[in-house]
Write a protein that binds this ligand. Structure first.
Ligand SMILES: Cc1ncc(COP(=O)(O)O)c(C=O)c1O
Length: 297
């Protein structure tokens, strides 16, 4: 199975705010890593796909909400690499399907809906047995794709960066990507996660657990900022939407409102407030997610 990432560019953002703060801001365009498995998803799925193949699984099953980028990416991965895919979706079916789920079905994914109560119990033996009876043996990837193999894949993002930086920053959903970056940094330089969920203090323990499970080691050169959730997961505000539009017009890089828009807003705000020392180079990960943008922006 051929699973090498496309080379992705690093673009520098030029802006007065950055000049005034004496901070360089680079964007690693992981959104361009694969035509259908965009951004961090490619790195998160890589070792899961290889392991599933090695262990002889033909089917991949995972969970997500109706707008899940992970479900979108998993369907794309199944289509490209010859796996059957099952997406277990939270809530009831709504027709017509939204573009994320339509893409998934168009790429061969079978959708299974779980009501919200059952969905909360998705990792229980009762639900697992029910899914096994219905679908047979499958390789399980957790909701959001954030397991130890995902962190192992995301550690390789660091190897694919060919420019010096002091701080690498990413948006955090499950924290899997951040855990991978921390592993890849091996204690050098700094990693900053920007949580997109409200009240996501639990992420610090989740990231520490992922590090434990993937590399059996802890580091202290990382932080998670909890102040830029804009009301919660997939919630937006007018200032956020305006920022995204202005950023795209000025710098020619599209963002979306669930992850990368919040990350970039946070970085501009923190840089403007003098939170980074003069002379710092910050590298922001563009983790993709643009396919869900048209619906919501
Ligand atoms: C575009 C995008 N960026 C960032 C993230 C957050 O990644 P993680 O769940 O690894 O924290 C996600 C979620 O999978 C995403 O879809």
């Amino acid at each position: 199975m051929l699973l090498s990432p496309l080379a992705t560019p690093i673009e520098e953002i030029h802006d007065r705010l950055l000049e005034q703060a004496g901070v360089r801001l680079l964007v690693k365009r992981l959104d361009l890593v694969h035509p259908v498995i965009s951004g961090n998803k490619w790195y998160k799925l890589r070792y899961n796909l290889l392991t599933a193949r090695e262990q002889g699984f033909k089917t991949l099953l995972s969970f997500g909400g109706a707008y899940s980028n992970h479900i979108h990416a998993l369907a794309g991965a199944g289509h490209c690499y010859g796996f059957k895919t099952i997406g277990v979706i939270r809530g009831e079916e709504h027709l017509p399907l939204n573009p994320t789920l339509q893409f998934a079905v168009d790429h061969g994914m079978q959708l299974e809906y779980l009501n919200r109560v059952d969905y909360r119990l998705k990792n229980s033996s009762e639900i697992t047995e029910k899914l096994k009876r219905k679908f047979g043996e499958y390789y399980l990837i957790p909701e959001g794709g954030g397991n130890a193999l995902a962190a192992k894949g995301c550690a390789e993002i660091i190897d694919d960066i060919d420019q010096p930086f002091d701080v690498i920053a990413c948006a955090c959903g499950t924290g899997g990507t951040l855990a991978g970056l921390i592993a890849g940094l091996q204690g050098k330089r700094k990693a900053l996660g920007v949580a997109v969920l409200k009240g996501a203090g639990f992420l610090r323990a989740d990231v520490a657990n992922l590090l434990q499970n993937s590399i059996d080691q802890q580091y202290n050169n990382w932080q998670i900022n909890l102040d830029y959730h804009f009301g919660g997961y997939a919630k937006t505000t007018e200032p956020l939407i305006n920022f995204i539009h202005e950023f795209e017009t000025k710098h020619g890089i599209p963002l979306e409102q669930v992850y990368t828009g919040k990350l970039m807003f946070a970085l501009f705000d923190l840089i403007g407030k003098g939170e980074f020392e003069h002379g710092t180079t910050v590298l922001a990960l563009h983790s993709g997610g643009l396919q869900g943008r048209a619906d919501l922006l």
